[in-house]
Design a protein around this ligand. Structure first.
Ligand SMILES: C[S@@+](CC[C@H](N)C(=O)[O-])C[C@H]1O[C@@H](n2cnc3c(N)ncnc32)[C@H](O)[C@@H]1O
Length: 248
């Protein structure tokens, strides 16, 4: 846990000790944040940037949802880092089977409550050690790719490839780099090569997490380099989103 000035920190060159401890801090942070997580998406409390912004935010959410809907019905779905279920609730009832993997039992509990009687399989696991026992038609993750350090980017996408059925798709969305997206007391690093930043909870505790803001063209090039066919877009202010398929 960090104390002090909220500044961006560059990730030092490959040090697995560093990576492992920062990774553990990120997992712990999200466990602690579970109960207040939805305030961010709903633009409440420290994330309230005024009515005009909130209206725009949800207009942009609907733009992402419209693209997401083009994949419905989704078949056998894996949601990575499903959190409190803000997206699970939109997708699960249009799927043949639905599995959520997340490291936080607190997030999973809220997700389960939100989903009610909709059948969802919850797996409390780190996505980097998760070994599914089947393949999926559709893999979804919201606000997750920004938390994967660049050192683990290729491994992550290799894992996704092995989890997809032939012809399957990945869909994701994440934050565009705008201070309006985060809390009023968070500071975004100016530098583009920063991989971590400091996040606060409502009680003032501070944690260092990975956060990489991708521009669509940058992520497109990275994924093409790994043999994917991506289609990545950005909404006017708030979100980067899109899909990717493995090349036939
Ligand atoms: C930014 S939240 C996104 C939640 C949800 N996808 C959404 O869009 O609202 C990140 C989620 O990743 C989970 N998480 C963090 N580290 C993880 C890991 N190593 N493996 C799987 N899930 C992880 C957290 O518990 C949290 O629920």
């Amino acid at each position: 846990m960090l104390r002090g000035k909220p500044i961006g920190v560059r990730v030092p060159s490959a040090s697995s000790d560093y990576l492992d401890s920062a990774w553990a801090e990120q997992i712990y942070y999200y466990r602690q944040r579970a109960a207040e997580y939805d305030q961010w998406f709903l633009r409440k409390g420290r994330y309230d940037r005024g009515d005009e912004h909130t209206t725009q935010w949800f207009k942009e959410v609907e733009e992402v949802v419209a693209e997401l809907e083009t994949f419905s019905p989704y078949g056998d779905v894996l949601e990575i880092a499903g959190g409190t279920g803000l997206w699970t609730v939109r997708l699960a009832h249009k799927s043949k089977s639905y599995t959520v993997v997340d490291t936080s039992p607190e997030m999973i509990e809220i997700n389960r409550y939100r989903l009610g009687i909709t059948p969802v399989t919850y797996i409390e696991h780190d996505v980097f050690t998760f070994e599914p026992d089947k393949q999926y038609d559709f893999i979804f993750f919201g606000f997750w790719i920004s938390h994967v350090p660049s050192e683990r980017f290729q491994e992550f996408w290799d894992r996704l490839r092995s989890w997809l059925k032939p012809g399957g798709s990945v869909f994701f969305l994440d934050s565009a780099k705008t201070p309006m997206s985060t809390a009023v007391d968070h500071v975004l690093p100016d530098e583009d090569d920063c991989e971590t930043l400091v996040r606060k909870l409502n009680d003032g505790r501070e944690f260092k997490i990975f956060k990489i803001f991708y521009r669509p063209e940058e992520l497109t090039a990275k994924l093409e380099g790994l043999g994917w066919e991506p289609r990545i877009m950005q909404t006017e202010n708030c979100f980067m989103y899109g899909s990717a398929h493995t090349k036939a």
